[in-house]
Structure formats: structure tokens, C-alpha cells
Design a binder for this molecule. Structure first.
Ligand code: NAI
Length: 334
């Protein structure tokens, strides 16, 4: 029976990388019925809503989404679509594996780099609770709960046990935010004590940034509250060749949405220059999540072969290929 997947192409380069990824997934031979729905600026123009009701209705049925980036108007009255989807569907884990692809020329090309980020996805400053106290003074509330912190900590350590990963690093600023980040840390310690086989340590976020740049190979799994997770994800993407590479998954108890770390890249949108690797690697995570591990492995290996031979790579990773030339190369390798 075909798998049902909600496809949200998104804005900017979203439709380009989504089409490329759909082609690559279809070339694996796995049967997927895509329910294509619109969210983002395109949906706002057409239906007057950034996140129309049929997006959530579709995800309620399919429980799996593949999503391109969506634009959120800066400093406007709209809530981010990602924040809304993550909160509404309880997608509390944002999982982002950061690995070097073969053949890529980056400053870190000789470093054995293989880390994964577990970013809490539903609260922190992303709760979006901001208000003006008096003119000229605003307040933004940082919400940290025991419930959400325990969930992300458990997800991290359970992954470590399942995948045989050795170390979890919790990243925080509890020296300043003693209550909020303090609670996050306490939850990580509680969970760590139940997983004695996994090494556990803690780093203050500013120091973590420096260590990541100087010694990225010493990191394994990172668990972070929402805002630090967002920032460190882009930093980590920079270690392995940029935002065109790093995939992601938003996972809850009943639903999962797979999407790249990158945004809509308005500077290159519509030019056929976008690198679809990040969304293709997100689709690899999606196929594995659906139980299609063999197809996931084949797609991953095809991507790696294309990089190893530096075939039709896109401009962001030093090539001259277009989105569709790269996609065809991946399909040929499969
Ligand atoms: P961005 O990730 O869109 O772009 C940053 C830089 O990376 C740009 O130079 C861009 O060309 C490059 N880049 C990103 N993805 C690439 C790819 N696949 N191939 C080649 N180059 C790539 O970040 P920016 O400019 O801060 O955000 C633009 C918009 O995207 C904003 O409206 C923001 O809200 C939205 N956004 C949406 C996300 C999502 O829906 N998941 C995540 C991050 C940002």
C-alpha cells in the first residue's frame, strides 16, 4: 500500500527543492501518495491565511509531512508557520544530524565530524509571548517547563542508546538564567542518571560556540533549549558546507514533519541554483521513519556518491550545477 505524505512546498526556493526531492524519493521505488498543500506567503496570497486549515487536516490523516521552508514576515503580526505547526502537533523534538559529505571542500574537510542536534521545539522564547509594558519597553517571555525539557532530554538519551552514541552534551546559560536554563539542566541531569552507559557533560552556550568551531570532532549529541538550538544549528551547518546540506526532522508522539534547516533563500529563489541536498537528506530521515530503511540507505548512498565524484554540485558547495542537474545525477546514481 502506498504511504500517504503531506507535501508542503513552501516559499522561495521551497518549491524547487521540494520538486527535486519528490523526484529523488520516487526514484527509490517507494510508493508514496503526496497530498500537496500550500502554506506560507503563497497561501496568504491565495487563501488569506499563512497556514490554511487544510494543512493541519491533511497532517492529521497522513501524520507525516515533507516541508520546504516558509517565509515569516519579520516584525509583523503573523506567527511563524513552523512555530504554529510544532506547537499544534506537539512536535517537541527537532533532530538535525550534522555530517560531512565525502568530496566536499570545507575548512573542516579532514575532521571526522558526526554530531546531531536535539533542539527543544515548542517553548523557550519561541512561545511568542511578547508585550509592551509601557511605550519604549517590551517584554518577551522565556518559557521553560519540566514537561518539555524532560521530553527532549529523554528523546536524546533514547536515541543515544538506540544508535550506540557515546556522549550527550547539554548546552545552556544557567549561570545567568538560573531558573529557566537551570530547570532545563536539572531535567537533563535527571534523565542522564537513568542512562549510565552514556557519557554526559554540560557547556555554557558561548563556550559551546567556540568549542564547536575549534574542536567540532569532540561533540556527539547536543541537547538544547529552542533558541540556542536554532542558532547552533546554523553554526553546525557552516562546519559541513552550509545550509544547503543539513537535514532535519520535527518529531512528536503522533506526527513528524521533515524539513531542512535552511530558509527560503530569497537571494537565489527561482533561479534553479538551490541545493536540494538538505531536503533530500531530510527525505532520507523520512523514509527511515516510515520503515523504508533500505530505500533510505539507497538514496543516502546515491547522494554521497554524487558528492564523492563532485558531479553537478550546486554553487553553494563549489560546483556549477543547477538544482535539476544535481537531482538527475542523484537519480542516475540510484
Ligand atoms: P536562509 O536559510 O533562507 O538563507 C541564508 C543563506 O543561505 C542565503 O545566502 C541563501 O542563499 C543560502 N542558502 C540557504 N539554503 C540554501 C540552499 N538550499 N541552497 C543554496 N543556498 C542556500 O536564511 P534567511 O535569509 O535568514 O531567511 C529567509 C527566510 O526564510 C525568512 O523569511 C525566514 O523566516 C525563513 N526561514 C524559514 C525556515 C523554515 O521554514 N524552516 C527556516 C529559516 C528561515
Amino acid at each position: 500500500m502506498a504511504h500517504l505524505v503531506t507535501l508542503i512546498p513552501g516559499d522561495g526556493i521551497g518549491p524547487e527543492v521540494a520538486d527535486a526531492t519528490v523526484r529523488a524519493v520516487e526514484a527509490t521505488g517507494v510508493e508514496i501518495e503526496w497530498e500537496r498543500v500550500q502554506a506560507g506567503l503563497g497561501a496568504l496570497a491565495e487563501y488569506g491565511q499563512l497556514l490554511p486549515d487544510d494543512v493541519l487536516a491533511s497532517l492529521e490523516i497522513t501524520r507525516i509531512g515533507l516541508k520546504g521552508p516558509t517565509a515569516t514576515p519579520i516584525a509583523g503580526g503573523h506567527q511563524s508557520i513552523n512555530v504554529a505547526l510544532r506547537k499544534k502537533l506537539g512536535l517537541y523534538t527537532n533532530f538535525r544530524p550534522v555530517r560531512m559529505l565525502p568530496g566536499l571542500k570545507t575548512r573542516y574537510q579532514d575532521v571526522p565530524l558526526d554530531l546531531a542536534i536535539f533542539r527543544e521545539n515548542t517553548e523557550d522564547l519561541y512561545a511568542g509571548l511578547e508585550h509592551e509594558i509601557v511605550p519604549g519597553v517590551v517584554e518577551s517571555l522565556k518559557i521553560i517547563t519540566r514537561n518539555a525539557s524532560m521530553k527532549i532530554a529523554r528523546a536524546t538519551f533514547e536515541y543515544a542508546r538506540r544508535e550506540g552514541r557515546g556522549k550527550v552534551t547539554a548546552i545552556h546559560k544557567a549561570n545567568i538564567m538560573k531558573l529557566s536554563d537551570g530547570l532545563f539542566l536539572k531535567c537533563c541531569r535527571d534523565v542522564a542518571s537513568q542512562f549510565p552507559e552514556t557519557q554526559y557533560n554540560e557547556l555554557i552556550v558561548d563556550n559551546a560556540c567556540m568549542q564547536l568551531v575549534m574542536r567540532p570532532e569532540t561533540f556527539d549529541l547536543l541537547v538544547l533549549p529552542n533558541l540556542y538550538g536554532d542558532i547552533i544549528s546554523d553554526l553546525a551547518a557552516g562546519l559541513v558546507g552550509g545550509l544547503g546540506i543539513v537535514p532535519g526532522a520535527n518529531i512528536g508522539d503522533n506526527h513528524a514533519i521533515f524539513e531542512a534547516v535552511h530558509g527560503t533563500a530569497p537571494d537565489i529563489a527561482g533561479k534553479g541554483l538551490a541545493n536540494p541536498t538538505a531536503l533530500m537528506q531530510s527525505a532520507v530521515l523520512m523514509l527511515a521513519h516510515m520503515g523504508e530503511r533500505e530505500a533510505a540507505g539507497r538514496l543516502q548512498r546515491a547522494i554521497e556518491e554524487v558528492y564523492r565524484h563532485r558531479e553537478c554540485l550546486t554553487g553553494d558547495v563549489g560546483g556549477t550545477g543547477t538544482t535539476s542537474q544535481f537531482t538527475e545525477a542523484v537519480i542516475r546514481r540510484m
